[in-house]
Design a protein around this ligand. Structure first.
Ligand SMILES: Cc1cc2nc3c(=O)[nH]c(=O)nc-3n(C[C@H](O)[C@H](O)[C@H](O)COP(=O)(O)OP(=O)(O)OC[C@H]3O[C@@H](n4cnc5c(N)ncnc54)[C@H](O)[C@@H]3O)c2cc1C
Length: 298
């Protein structure tokens, strides 16, 4: 049965791989194997992969840089499609970026072209596709501040559609793309303003220094585990519960930042989930506040 499926899939996707450890594709360095794994280097590749999954009744999952993701220890019994179309270019007054473009590359490009508006994204390790879906942000700014248009593929009918800013329904770490799993982000137009190169560079440095000082960047993680509740910092609430430094298995709530869980080497998803549940329970008991995950589960 398994052999038959792989033969069928290989006809459409010759480069498909099997049993690929997802820990190698997440910044947490955690996660069991994907039964099938395919890298889409073009939009056409992506469509082929979705068609192949549908034909074989396989669920599929879209992966960017895996920097906001906790993959379970058993892995994923379907097709993981990693988006690696990542062209970006300046187009009149906006930046055009394909979904797999790294935020770091967009920050670099905007600095080189003396464009301001993306400095806050320096140090966020994901793709623009992942950033738009979760409306990534930092330092009181978010990707929704600079989005002009998003090109989307509807995986239900394989039709392309353009979403203007108001169609994206951005909220705090939220968007229509998070609510509707059939919408896959293909590319985006980002509007920036002309700025002063030295000022842009200065801001980027300041933000990167802040991250180095306040975040545990020497261990694998998925960034902030929880969204900040209204008028509160999730990290501070966790810290006030005395949980900083709490360790389960090989995972630990960072001593540097209460909203980061770090992988000390060989952590299992189960260890992280146990720390997440403990944090939620203690914060609920002490402050009557329900923490909600920012990280996504697979
Ligand atoms: C050290 C560190 C610091 C971080 N700092 C920040 C921060 O300051 N602010 C912040 O907001 N985040 C931060 N993050 C989290 C993360 O980097 C961002 O949320 C990032 O935008 C996620 O992008 P990704 O490509 O890694 O997405 P992934 O983790 O690959 O995917 C996340 C979700 O998006 C979906 N997805 C990915 N690409 C697409 C697409 N093209 N179309 C539709 N769905 C898609 C996936 O299916 C998944 O559900 C940090 C992470 C780390 C490790």
């Amino acid at each position: 049965m398994g052999k038959l499926i792989i033969q069928k899939l290989k006809k459409d996707l010759p480069d498909i791989r099997t049993n690929v450890p997802l820990k190698n594709h997440t910044t947490f360095r955690i996660g069991g194997p994907a039964r099938f794994f395919f890298i889409a280097k073009t939009k056409e590749n992506l469509i082929k992969a979705i068609q192949a999954a549908n034909k074989n009744n396989l669920p599929f999952f879209i992966l960017g840089h895996g920097s906001n993701l906790l993959v379970c220890d058993k892995g994923y019994d379907g097709l993981v499609i990693k988006l690696q179309f990542e062209n970006c270019k300046l187009q009149e007054k906006s930046l055009y970026a394909e979904a797999g473009a790294k935020l770091a590359n967009l920050v670099k490009l905007s600095l080189n072209r003396e464009l301001t508006g993306l400095e806050w994204a320096a140090g966020i390790p994901g793709t623009i596709g992942g950033a738009i879906r979760g409306n990534a942000g930092a330092f009181k700014k978010a990707i929704s501040d600079v989005i002009k248009k998003v090109e989307v593929l509807d995986s239900k009918n394989l039709r392309f559609k353009i979403y203007n800013l108001s169609d994206c329904k951005f909220g705090y770490r939220d968007s229509i793309f998070k609510q509707r799993k059939n919408l896959i982000i293909l590319s985006a137009e980002i509007k920036l303003k002309i700025g002063d190169k030295n000022e842009i560079q200065k801001k980027i440095k300041e933000y990167l220094n802040w991250r180095r000082k306040n975040q545990p960047l020497n261990f694998p993680s998925a960034g902030s585990v929880f969204k900040n509740p209204k008028k509160n910092s999730a990290g501070k609430l966790i810290e006030k519960c005395g949980l900083k430094g709490k360790k389960i298995g090989k995972a630990r709530i960072s001593e540097k930042h209460g909203n980061f869980i770090v992988n000390l080497g060989g952590a299992r998803a189960r260890d992280v989930v146990n720390l997440i549940q403990l944090s939620k329970k203690k914060v609920k008991e002490k402050f009557k506040i329900e923490l909600k995950e920012e990280i996504q589960y697979l």
